[in-house]
Design a protein around this ligand. Structure first.
Ligand SMILES: [Fe+2]
Length: 573
């Protein structure tokens, strides 16, 4: 590995999935006029059925609140687009394949190229933002209501379905017929605006209680934890979902993990990362949350049945920062501490609550994954390392070294309007010296959304599959990387046709596979011009990641964030 990265790397910025902001200029160039794909729905009056649906807002005094707040909402709607930067303007963001789609009930699909491999008996599910109504500005593209797009495969046939995650936010706004809850990421990265004051007034007048019900969109990822399928966003608790036998997607409800009596688990908490890590050998899941009050970072784990253990507060973290992802090995957990800070007091200085702190040096921390407190945790400075997503981590030399593979976003000063540089790095930690001793770029391309054979999670693995990103989060192709190589690790690649963009790839092992890369990469690929989408199955061993099967989907799949493949045997019916 000759490409040692110096400590003089440019500063970087991660923004959760909000980091993928670099499309702003490019999207403006591409969609300066009204796109035929732009189908944002305007506020509508609730139907009698919707009005009777349960949400706290309806059980309180909606008429009084709405007599006061609706005129203010309408007033702000008429003027709020003035002087908005493109990355906070919903009319700009929600165009092309970022424009929202309606729900679609289970619909049989045509298998254009087949047969579908038997190991794909299950469901591929993409999560992503899909605002129910035209959002009140400022709006960031990660703020939309979570919509799940599932293709359920059984007996060689395929059924596609799109459903919103029925969050408190979704149901409240559906009942009222227009958006009332704040756009959380835009709220954090904007200067103070009228819509934010209106949202604060709704909370202070007890129209809704974000601490009791959450305001999350459940729009980032899907995870299988303790037998439950969960839709996650890091600003709220997960929502449990189910895939029904006919391929429909239902929302069970907001999920609180419960602890065993006397072990301190089960305490009420408000948020959870959208990137929990499950050990394939033990079935345990490790997770965390960050918050704007101490402890700014909290670590916890769940047994294989989803039972929660006691929180481990990380009080050595002296301020909140945007920790979007982390990594586990067999014995350790690795946390990034990026330069993006979250401090409500910044607004007193005329700055957004969340933003880059150029005086801060990014860090990594290591803590035993079964730690009950932070006494054995150590921090290491990592200039220029602002991790967005981790791909995997493992121990070498009997635990003397810890290796992390992760994506690092560059150009912190242009993060909101021109973020086009993101590298995949291999980071080596000397556990005895408690320092980072090596950083290596594994490819010269812009790569993120890395996937591996999940059986190797937390263990040394050789192959990584990653999306080639161009104006994130548009994924224009895929690469296969061999981490055993010392130069550019790319051993296979495939670029989609012009105008076509993929969803996050997932690796599915072939039945009976013995080699790490014996299996398939699956993803949705959407043509932005024709509005056609396909579910594509690629041979992970092929140097061109050749398509071996393809399913024509009944309609366009909007650009989303993270995906999962769940086997039929793991789907709770
Ligand atoms: Fe993410």
């Amino acid at each position: 590995m000759k490409t040692l990265i110096s400590s003089a790397l440019p500063n970087s910025i991660p923004f959760s999935d909000a980091s993928f902001t670099g499309t702003a200029k490019r999207r403006r160039q591409t969609f300066t006029t009204t796109s035929p794909l732009t189908v944002i729905r305007q506020p509508r009056k609730p139907t009698p059925t919707q009005t009777t649906a349960s949400s706290n807002i309806q059980r309180q005094n909606p008429s009084l609140h709405e007599k006061i707040f609706k005129p203010l909402h309408d007033l702000i709607s008429n003027f709020a687009n003035n002087n908005l930067p493109p990355h906070l303007d919903p009319n700009h963001i929600l165009s092309g394949n970022f424009s929202p789609a309606d729900e679609l009930p289970p619909t049989a699909c045509e298998v254009e190229k087949g047969p579908l491999p038997p190991c794909l008996d299950g469901a591929y599910i993409q999560n992503g933002p899909n605002p129910q109504f035209t959002p009140l500005p400022p709006y960031y593209y990660t703020d939309g209501d979570g919509m799940l797009h599932s293709i359920k495969i059984s007996g060689g046939g395929a059924t596609f379905c799109s459903r919103y995650v029925k969050t408190f936010k979704y149901k409240t706004e559906r009942d009222l017929g227009y958006p009332v809850l704040p756009n959380p990421v835009a709220f954090f990265i904007s200067n103070l605006r009228a819509s934010m004051l209106l949202a604060a007034a709704r909370v202070m007048s007890f129209q809704f209680n974000p601490f009791a019900d959450g305001i999350g969109t459940a729009n980032t990822s899907v995870a299988l934890i303790g037998g439950r399928l969960l839709a996650l966003v890091e600003t709220d608790l997960p929502y449990e979902i189910r895939i029904t036998p006919d391929g429909d997607i239902t929302t069970v409800g907001r999920h609180h993990f419960v602890g065993r009596s006397g072990e301190g688990g089960g305490e009420r908490f408000l948020t959870m990362t959208a990137h929990p890590k499950t050990d394939p050998d033990t079935g345990e899941t490790f997770a965390f949350r960050y918050f704007v009050t101490p402890p700014f970072l909290t670590f916890f784990r769940l047994d294989s049945d989803g039972t929660k253990h006691a929180d481990v507060g990380i009080f050595s973290m002296k301020a909140a920062s945007l920790v979007h992802d982390f990594a586990i090995t067999k014995n350790f957990t690795v946390f990034p501490d990026p330069q993006i800070v979250i401090d409500p007091l910044r607004i007193m200085r005329g700055k957004p609550i969340m933003g880059a702190d150029f005086e801060k040096t990014p860090r990594l921390a290591v803590i035993p994954r079964y730690a009950v407190d932070e006494r054995e945790m150590y921090w290491m400075e990592a200039p220029g390392l602002n991790i967005v997503h981790t791909v995997n981590a493992w121990e070498e030399d009997g635990g003397a070294k810890i290796v992390v593979v992760a994506s690092n976003v560059l150009c912190v000063d242009h993060a909101l309007d021109d973020l086009d540089q993101i590298n995949l790095e291999k980071i080596v930690i000397d556990a005895a010296a408690k320092k980072i001793v090596g950083r290596y770029r594994v490819s010269g391309r812009n790569l993120d959304f890395g996937a591996i054979n999940s059986l190797y999670s937390g263990k040394k693995n050789r192959y990584v599959y990653a999306a080639v990103v161009e104006g994130m989060p548009k994924m224009v192709g895929l690469v296969k990387l061999d981490l055993s190589l010392s130069e550019d690790c790319t051993v296979a690649s495939r670029m989609y046709e012009p105008g076509c963009y993929g969803s996050e790839p997932v690796f599915v092992a072939r039945e009976g596979a013995e080699e790490e890369d014996d299996g398939y990469l699956v993803a949705y690929v959407s043509n932005e011009k024709t509005e056609e989408s396909h579910f594509v199955v690629m041979d992970a061993k092929s140097p061109t990641l050749e398509t071996v099967a393809a399913v024509k989907l009944p309609r366009r799949v909007p650009q989303g964030f993270h995906s999962i493949f769940v086997k039929q045997s793991e789907l709770k019916m």
